[in-house]
Every structure is written in C-alpha cells, then in structure tokens.
Design a protein around this ligand. Structure first.
Ligand SMILES: [Zn+2]
Length: 279
C-alpha cells in the first residue's frame, strides 16, 4: 500500500480516463488525496471522494487563484475561459458548504506563492500579495473552526507562512506540500509541528538529498502533485498517482532503507495526519 498524499485527479487533465486511473490505483493499492485548488476543483475532489473508496478530498483556494491567473488548460477553469486570464476567487461560504462531506480531510491547498505575480506591475504585485495573505488567513481560521489539518502550498516563503500561522494562533497540524527548501527551513517547519511533503522533484534534483537524509521518515509524506512534474523516468509525461513509488524509491536510496519501509511509514503518516478512516 502506498499513499499519494497530494494529487489532482480532479483536474481536467484526467477527464478522459479518470475511471481507468482510479481502477488501476485500486488494483495497485495506491491511495490518493485529491487536492482542491479553487471552488470548482474542490467540488470535483469531493465528488470523486464520494464515489471511490480509495480517494479522499481537500477543499481550498490555491494562492495562484487569489489573483488573476493565466488560464491553465489542465485545470477546470471554465469561468472566463474565453479570456487569457481567470478571475480571482475568494474563499467564501461556497467552500465551507463542502466541508460537510466526511471524506474532506483538510483545508487547502492554501498558502503563499508570489512566483505567479512576477509579470504584474509593482503596485499590482503588492495588491495580489495582500490578497494571498488574506485568503490564507481565512483558510487557517476555517481549519481551526472545523479542526482540520492544512495542506500548505508555500514557495520559498517558509518563514513568512510560519509567522502567519503563528499570528493566526494555528495550533493544528498540516503538511508543507512540494517542499523544496533547505535543511534549516525543514527543521523550522518540523519544529512547529508540521510535516514535509516530498514530490517527484527529488528524483531529478539532488538539492534535497541532505534534507531527506537528515529528517525523520516519521515527518515525511510522499506525493506526485499529478498531473504536474512527473518523476524520473516519466519526466515530460502526464504525472499520475502510481508514480509516487518513484518518490518512495528515491527516499529509500538516500536514507538506506527498503522501499517497503518508506511506503509503509509514509502511508501511516498520511493516515494519522488526515485522520483517515480506512475500510
Ligand atoms: Zn497541488
């Protein structure tokens, strides 16, 4: 059994073969959490979780969706599709309604990522940075209210994200998904009680080796972030949950453990963080 703790079968990239992918996951004992990125993809994640037993869902607003966003054909951005940009969204009551479904196991992905703003004017950058912070804070408060963990999308801004979590008096748990920071940032995150999510990036960049070596397996979740960033040897193809094995394999090599051990412990870590009810 293996857990892809952060994936997006809820995106349009899987519209054509969703059923087959999920059946294959089932046969191969691959469990997944489909992560919401906007209202529409959160709804889809919830719908998939209701239908299939090896799928769970999160509900959230990705920082990129808090500002005008270039339309990504992989996503379910039907709103404003005839324009190059999709309108900004806010995390409102429509998201909160979705939390009634028992297989919604976290809020997110939410957080900070200013890399989406680099083409804007300085004034707009400031405006949309503020929007990211505002929506992040709102989602932290919702996680507190419903006692759900957070699936965090933070690029580079680890210190800033942790200080927002502290200012919002967040005492719950969560995972910094797609972690690509350094060892001191990893330690800081773990010290605050959060887990580190490792993706296929670790299969082709050795920059993370030292971090992986140093942190406890108990603090690690593995993920694909499919359909994006497929691991070696699938680079350039559409990523899918089953490739999460490559992430486990790489961690096993670095930590000199068996792949089975990495799969087993990260599976357990995922079940514990998201308090999953396995049948
Ligand atoms: Zn993601």
């Amino acid at each position: 059994m293996i857990f892809d703790s952060h994936t997006h079968l809820n995106l349009a990239a899987f519209d054509k073969d969703l059923e087959q992918i999920i059946q294959k996951n089932k046969q191969e004992n691959v469990f997944v959490i489909n992560i919401g990125t906007c209202l529409e993809t959160s709804k889809k994640a919830v719908a998939i979780a209701k239908q299939y037993e090896n799928c769970w869902a999160t509900v959230g607003l990705h920082p990129s969706h808090t500002g005008p966003m270039k339309v990504d054909k992989n996503e379910l951005n039907t709103i404003n599709f005839n324009s190059e940009f999709k309108n900004p969204e806010v995390f409102d009551g429509n998201f909160e309604i979705l939390l009634q479904e028992p297989k919604v196991v976290a809020i997110g992905e939410c957080g900070l990522d200013y890399s989406y703003l680099k083409d804007f004017s300085k004034k707009d950058q400031e405006k949309y940075q503020e929007a990211q912070k505002k929506e992040f804070k709102k989602q932290i408060q919702i996680a507190k209210k419903y006692q759900l963990p957070l699936s965090l999308h933070v690029r580079n801004l680890y210190e800033q994200a942790l200080s927002i979590l502290e200012a919002e008096e967040y005492k719950g748990q969560g995972v910094f998904h797609f972690f690509t920071g350094n060892l001191s940032q990893a330690k800081m995150i773990i010290d605050k009680g959060f887990l580190i999510g490792l993706s296929g990036v670790i299969t082709y960049s050795s920059e993370m080796d030292r971090v992986i070596e140093a942190i406890l397996l108990k603090k690690i979740l593995i993920e694909t972030d499919a359909p994006y960033v497929a691991p070696i040897p699938y680079r350039g193809q559409r990523n899918e949950p089953i490739y999460v094995r490559e992430v486990a394999k790489k961690i096993a090599q670095i930590k000199k453990l068996s792949q089975e051990e990495v799969e087993r412990v990260t599976f357990q870590n995922t079940v514990e963080l998201f308090k999953l009810q396995l049948q």
